[in-house]
Design a protein around this ligand. Structure first.
Ligand code: SF4
Length: 375
């Protein structure tokens, strides 16, 4: 089981909080797509013939791809990789791109799952984040894609913005639920270094974020989603039964994946690699037949920490048998010993060979995981 991630590094405008790799100039888009087609061929052996179960277009803004771009990318992937008969193919889309023409192009392509960057249904929130869409587009696009037959749908929402009261947050969640959307990714707004938001807060133009607000809105989120019948299967992800993201689940289960495009990351059990985060240099290098990437061989400690990090974020938790088989009895005993304070405080539970976070532990997943890491 393997996955392919394709990074489309272009956006119409820069959201104030975003530190992903993208360019707001579309000048190099055609050259970049040509380079991407070449990279698919250059990387054809990365997955050693493993069956590709999932393909994920992320970004940036993949909904900026034209019909021709999509056709060329899919043809090239089909030519060089073995695709399962029932793949999950997700494309991240922004509401302002989801007009009738684009939806029809996507519906006629192999894409069978959309992940829409709604972030909020409230105008003031969208303006604060500098999103390219407005509240009307946020609401309308859901109805449009559902009417076109996209049933497997994720939306992203962000909480913890300064203007978002608990009531407004619940309104966002109700809107999600009323629309019978199958999957939700919900993130607390964070301030990443060197973003516009970081600058605004440092210069007093925006107020600092409130950790307590983010925590209480995550509690509201977890309660709301549980009562609405969604599985909380990863810290930030909720799905109706049978509608978990297969692509992201394979990341969290440590499956191999190939990342294509600038800044894309790839992973095999004992190494990870990442492409250069620069569109012009990426295109230049690919033209000479060389994938511009760096590779890091993972030490046993890094593999252990990575396994802990991805497993603990999920509902399936850490399989203790795998810890013993891959890392030895001593590491298993250390892990169990170090987890005792968290088990005693009700943040973790050990049951049937699995160690996992309870809902209260999910609120502090990053801190708890870091405390269980090996140095
Ligand atoms: S659209 Fe997505 S990738 Fe582009 S700037 Fe906004 S959050 Fe970042």
């Amino acid at each position: 089981m393997a996955g392919i991630y394709i990074h489309i590094p272009f956006c119409k405008q820069a959201c104030h909080y975003c530190n992903f790799f993208f360019s707001t100039s579309l000048k190099l888009k055609n050259d970049l797509i040509s380079a991407l087609i070449l990279e698919i061929e250059l990387q054809k052996n990365f997955l050693s013939g493993e069956m590709v179960e999932t393909i994920y277009f992320g970004g940036g803004t993949p909904s900026l791809l034209s019909e021709k771009d999509l056709d060329e990318i899919f043809n090239q992937i089909q030519k060089h990789f073995t695709i399962s008969s029932d793949p999950e193919i997700t494309l991240e889309a922004n509401p302002d791109d989801l007009n009738a023409d684009n939806i029809s192009i996507l519906k006629n392509s192999p894409v069978n799952r959309l992940s829409i960057g709604i972030q909020s249904f409230h105008e003031a929130d969208l303006k604060y984040m500098n999103r390219a869409h407005n509240a009307i587009e946020a609401s309308d696009c859901i109805e449009k894609v559902q009417s076109a037959g996209f049933e497997n749908l994720n939306i992203d929402l962000i909480y913890g913005t300064p203007g978002l009261s608990d009531e407004l947050w619940l309104e966002n969640l109700n809107k999600f639920h009323e629309n019978k959307i199958t999957h939700l990714s919900a993130y607390a707004l964070t301030v990443e270094e060197s973003t516009a938001l970081d600058h605004f807060i440092k210069t007093g133009k925006s107020q600092a974020l409130n950790d307590e607000q983010a925590r209480s809105q995550m509690i509201l989120l977890m309660d709301f989603m549980r009562h609405s019948g969604y599985e909380h299967y990863e810290v930030s992800n909720f799905a109706l039964p049978g509608k978990r993201s297969r692509h992201n689940s394979s990341y969290w289960k440590g499956a191999a994946y190939l990342g294509l495009g600038p800044a894309a990351h790839s992973h095999q059990s004992n190494f990870r690699q990442w492409n250069i985060a620069n569109n012009a240099k990426y295109i230049q290098s690919i033209k000479t037949g060389k994938v511009p990437m760096e590779r890091e061989i993972l030490s046993e400690i890094q593999q252990y920490n990575e396994f802990l990090m991805v497993s603990l974020r999920t509902v399936w938790g850490i399989d203790l048998k795998i810890i013993e088989e891959r890392f030895g009895k001593e590491k298993l005993e250390d892990l169990l010993l170090n987890s005792i304070p968290f088990q005693n405080s009700g943040k973790m539970i050990q049951n049937q060979g699995v160690l996992k976070l309870n809902p209260t532990g999910m609120l502090e997943a990053d801190r708890i995981t870091a405390e269980l890491f090996l140095d």
